[in-house]
Design a protein around this ligand. Structure first.
Ligand code: B12
Ligand code: SF4
Length: 479
């Protein structure tokens, strides 16, 4: 059996998003359509679960367009919300040639009906409990329409990822998942709407898997590992043991964890283990907004101190900030880029809160009648607002986000951030510069295309200008 495992990426230049009547449609800037920085993990993992006698081809749409003519008997499509419609058109394209299509992932798990008419089978939940049955039925030519995982995976049983299948174009091809789930239940997080207890892989398996990366990869490709966990440090004892086990591997590591897991001690362990960057969902600098989003374990008055622990150990901090949580005020949003800078974040990213299907956030917005109607999937990329915010108008909030992206990545801010970390040594400084430049380009490109979208929507209420004057000026000459 020849099978393609396809990790679906954002739609490219798609139009027709109808979430908002006056919206001209989503247009993805060409440069943002591809991303070779870091390989997704889902594909190498799914491939490792398939029967060993199958011939598997892995395709990451982050790197290239999917070839609908690829020589396969079946495809496994993994998709999230914002590429869901695109996944449907891929599914139709393959099925038109008689290729069997199985769709799964986070979005199909919460809305399997969306794929009913275009896939031979839809998988709901984690792959591990159902993948053997799907494989058997596929070989026997009797796929069922739906496969529901009634349990979750035992991570101790997972094989090593199929790193041999990852495209060599990725700068960081080695991504990994040591833990799954999260102990918390933040209102906007998909994990709050899915059964996802916190589990971890045995440390010896983590070491085994990281040692299995192909020798054909370049030096730096072998050196870097990104743990794409939701919250790697949530089990303190496990995290301590994991960090200890990483020391002899001499890798450069990055991961994601929640801020409450960062202590003087854990930061020291991370530095020793080789962590170079950690992605932390600080989400907000308003305690009120955090409480409203059920993210009470984030304590704003502790952010600066905990971030300093990481810097003291050579670990850089990337963080996402969600804009438009209930509790956000115009004054807070105007000040946010400064606040973010002051607490020491090295790489800030800004995004609307995406009311993902099945999350408590979406449910409460729906109940309050604040959610826009229509197919909102395209809009789940963090740069589309799909609900009526509280405390300020939707237009104000949109302008606040895109203005903030530009402010936080102004040359002055970027230089300031890079400059204050030169004391961390040459490698960290280079890394800091490269990542800031990457996000300078990314955040400003998103801001630019989004502002164009707002401009096309018509005059800014009350002013007659297309945008508030300060943004007209700020966007002029932007690259
Ligand atoms: C890498 C990553 C990305 C990457 C690439 C995604 C990709 N295609 O791999 C990028 C940068 C694009 C991204 C973007 C975003 N992301 Co993201 N991302 C992740 C991250 C860190 C890792 C994904 C991963 O590899 N997981 C491990 C694999 C094994 O899990 P999995 O993909 O869910 O696959 C399992 C099952 O779903 C199932 N499965 C999957 N496919 C299939 C197919 C078949 C046939 C079968 C049988 C089973 C199956 O089996 C797998 C094993 O059990 C996760 C956090 C996490 N640890 O999951 C967040 C996460 C997925 N992202 C999240 C968010 C919020 C976002 C953004 C909205 C952020 C933003 N504001 O811009 C955007 C937009 C996403 C969207 N709305 O669709 C949320 C949830 C998103 C969602 N749609 O539900 C997560 C869970 C983080 C979190 N805790 O909040 N993300
Ligand atoms: S801490 Fe992070 S991963 Fe855990 S529920 Fe909250 S947002 Fe999701």
């Amino acid at each position: 059996m020849k099978v393609g495992v396809i990790v679906v990426w954002r739609p490219k230049g798609v139009t027709g998003w109808n979430g908002r009547d006056s919206e001209p449609g989503l247009s993805v800037p060409r440069g943002l359509s591809f991303d070779r920085s870091c390989a997704p993990y889902t594909g190498v993992h799914l491939a490792s679960l398939l029967p060993s006698h199958w011939e598997v081809e892995l395709v990451h749409e982050t790197l290239c367009e999917v070839d609908l003519e690829m020589d396969v008997d079946a495809v496994i499509l993994s998709t999230m919300d914002y590429c869901a419609d695109h996944a449907r058109s891929l599914a139709r394209g393959f099925r038109a040639r008689g290729v069997k299509v199985i769709v799964g992932g986070l979005y199909p798990s919460v809305n399997p009906a969306y794929f009913e008419d275009c896939a031979d089978a839809v998988a709901v939940g984690e792959a591990e409990p159902i993948i053997d049955e799907i494989a058997r039925d596929l070989e026997a030519g009797k796929l069922r329409k739906i496969y529901r995982a009634e349990s979750v995976a035992d991570l101790a049983l997972l094989p090593a990822p199929r790193y041999d299948l990852v495209e060599s174009e990725f700068l960081v091809p080695c991504t990994y998942e040591a833990t799954r789930g999260c102990p918390f239940k933040c209102s906007f997080c998909i994990l709050s709407g899915l059964p996802s207890p916190y589990r971890h892989r045995p440390i010896e398996n983590v070491v085994r898997d990281l040692r299995s990366v192909p020798s054909s990869w370049g030096h730096y490709q072998r050196k870097f590992v990104f743990f794409l966990d939701n919250n790697l440090g949530a089990d303190r004892q496990y995290f301590r043991e994991l960090c200890e086990a990483m020391v002899p591997l001499k890798r450069r590591l990055a991961t994601q964890t929640s801020i409450d897991t960062i202590t003087r001690d854990s930061a020291r362990m991370m530095g020793r283990a080789g962590f170079q960057m950690v992605y932390i969902g600080l989400e907000s600098l308003s305690q009120q907004s955090l409480v409203g989003a059920s993210k009470k374990h984030n304590k704003v008055d502790e952010y600066k101190r905990r971030i300093r622990y990481l810097h003291d150990n050579g670990v850089l901090v990337m963080s996402i900030f969600l804009i438009g949580l209930d509790g956000d005020t115009p004054e807070y949003l105007a000040d946010l880029p400064n606040l973010v800078h002051d607490i020491g974040v090295d790489l800030p990213v800004f995004s609307f809160a995406a009311p993902l299907e099945s999350t408590p956030l979406r449910e409460s917005l729906r109940q309050e009648g604040r959610l826009l109607e229509g197919d909102l999937n395209f809009a789940m990329d963090g740069s589309h607002l799909v609900y009526k915010p509280q405390g300020l108008s939707a237009d104000e909030l949109e302008v606040a986000l895109f203005g903030m992206m530009k402010k936080a990545y102004s040359p002055r801010r970027v230089l300031g951030r890079v400059g204050r970390r030169v004391n961390l040594g040459l490698t960290t400084s280079l890394f800091m510069t490269a990542t800031n430049l990457h996000y300078w380009w990314y955040e400003r490109a998103v801001a630019k295309s989004s502002l164009q979208r707002l401009r096309q929507r018509g005059p800014w209420p009350g002013t007659g200008a297309l945008l508030p004057p300060e943004l007209e000026v700020a966007s002029a000459g932007q690259g």
